[in-house]
Write a protein that binds this ligand. Structure first.
Ligand SMILES: [Zn+2]
Ligand SMILES: [Zn+2]
Length: 455
């Protein structure tokens, strides 16, 4: 048996553990930075397999290294721990509303499958370098208010788990990163490899006015809700100025819209992102969005606190890794079942941040049904969603690190990540942070607004 067939058989041998993990994590959905039950299960499973873990500690997540014993590059394989919130999903947790409506439970199972297969005798034969297996928290960018609290307490520096792990130095020795995400695919397709996807800035937008009796003395109040809805409408009117090529998205939700129906709302909270295909496009659109939000506050005599945070960098799948992924996926399924394309996704992932500092890839695997992030999303076929991706990731690692790691070295040499160092990346995204009370009312009757950082 050649080594490719051997690796596939090592994954198959651990199918039961993979399927068990998929079910366990599905049944214990937890949102970002709250994945303690999932983390405990994953930790135990890794330790039972004989791994030594480096844990994040004050947040969920860990990594474990596999050393082939021969010098060479380090390849990191990631799996995401967190769920979404979708309380109308029939299988959502009835207390929290959490559910794996993005299928990250399948990624946990895939990561366990990789971990188990690579512990089989002979699995690392013919390979050099190291493989890092990483369970990462908080990919879905939600509960922004909660994460802001964690940030203020000094528990995290960044809202996204991979960005947080980058800042903690967990990627310092890593040369190449890869993962596979579950997806709902057209009939007959088993894997998908696209070009990349949008990045984003995360926004906390707090409109402030003045409370007053809503019936008796509304003229004494300043209605923060009307200022907020005017702000949303102002941004909606900007949409035709966004260019199609930039794939800009703005999709606000109001998380606090007033306290008492008989009082003029004095505080209205909005969360949103500005998404786009390049960081320049995101920054440009975000400034215009902020200007519209601020000017709408000024129109009512209100104010607005603009709280921008670095969200996710656009994902650019490395071209050499795309070819390797395709080649290895074709060892698992017939070539026509691999949907290799140049499409650009308009969702965001913090794998984009990883792709900004090193060659990285984030393909998709079939096996889910329903609507992503919707209340009818299920991982239906764990063979396609978990077992196949575990095989693909093991084979990709083998291909990269085979012999003296020539394939990995080629990927590293030809990669063009946006930033030369992880510190340069962190310094850049820190500049995206904005905290400003945007409107200043002057005694001479003028009003000024600030909608971006002063240079
Ligand atoms: Zn998602
Ligand atoms: Zn996801």
């Amino acid at each position: 048996m050649d080594h490719i067939a051997a690796i596939k058989s090592f994954v198959d041998k651990n199918r039961e553990l993979i399927l068990k993990t998929e079910r366990y994590v599905w049944e214990h959905p937890e949102t970002g930075y709250r994945e303690w039950t999932t983390n405990a299960y994953m930790k135990q499973t890794f330790q039972d397999l004989g791994y030594t873990l480096i844990e994040a500690g004050n947040i969920p997540g860990f990594y474990a290294d596999i050393d082939t014993g021969r010098p060479g590059p380090m390849v990191c394989i990631l799996g995401e721990l967190d769920s979404l919130l979708c309380s109308t999903h029939p299988e959502a947790n009835c207390e929290t509303g959490a559910v794996h409506a993005c299928g990250h439970n399948a990624q946990c199972a895939t990561l366990v499958g990789v971990a188990a297969a690579l512990k089989e005798p002979g699995a690392l034969d013919g390979m050099c370098g190291k493989i890092r297996l990483m369970a990462v928290p908080a990919e879905e960018l939600l509960e922004i208010g909660y994460r802001e609290e964690l940030r203020k307490k000094g528990i995290i520096r960044y809202l996204g788990g991979k960005v947080e792990f980058i800042s903690r130095g967990f990627f310092k020795d890593v040369d190449i990163s890869m993962m596979i995400h579950t997806s709902v695919m057209e009939e007959g397709k088993r894997f998908g490899i696209s070009k990349g996807s949008n990045g984003c800035i995360v926004k906390n937008i707090d409109y402030t006015g003045t409370a007053a009796h809503a019936g008796g003395a509304p003229h004494k109040g300043v209605n923060a809700l009307y200022a907020a809805t005017a702000g949303i409408q102002a941004v909606n009117a900007l949409r035709e100025t966004f260019q199609d090529k930039d794939h800009i998205r703005f999709h606000p939700i109001i998380t606090e819209g007033g306290q008492a129906v008989n009082a003029i709302p004095h505080l209205v909270k909005i969360e949103s992102y500005v998404r786009g295909a390049s960081i320049d496009a995101i920054k440009g659109a975000n400034e215009r969005v902020n200007r519209a939000l601020a000017a709408s506050a000024a129109a009512f005599g209100a104010n607005v606190h603009l709280g921008d945070r670095p969200g996710y960098f656009p994902l650019n799948n490395d071209e050499n890794l795309r070819q390797i992924a395709r080649e290895m996926m074709e060892q698992i399924v017939p070539a026509e079942q691999v949907n290799f394309n140049d499409n650009w996704g308009t969702g965001c992932t913090d794998m984009g941040d990883v792709s900004a500092i090193m060659p990285a890839i984030h393909p998709y695997a079939a096996g889910a049904e329903g609507t992503g992030h919707g209340n009818n999303y299920y991982v239906r076929d764990p063979e396609l969603a978990c077992v196949n991706p575990a095989k693909a990731l093991c084979l990709m690692a083998y291909k990269l690190l085979e012999g003296d790691g020539a394939a990995a070295k080629k990927v590293i040499a030809e990669a063009k990540p946006v930033f030369k160092s992880q510190q340069e990346f962190l310094d850049f995204i820190d500049q995206l942070t904005l905290d400003v009370d945007a409107v200043t009312y002057c005694e001479d009757g003028t009003v000024s607004i600030q909608y971006k950082n002063k240079d």
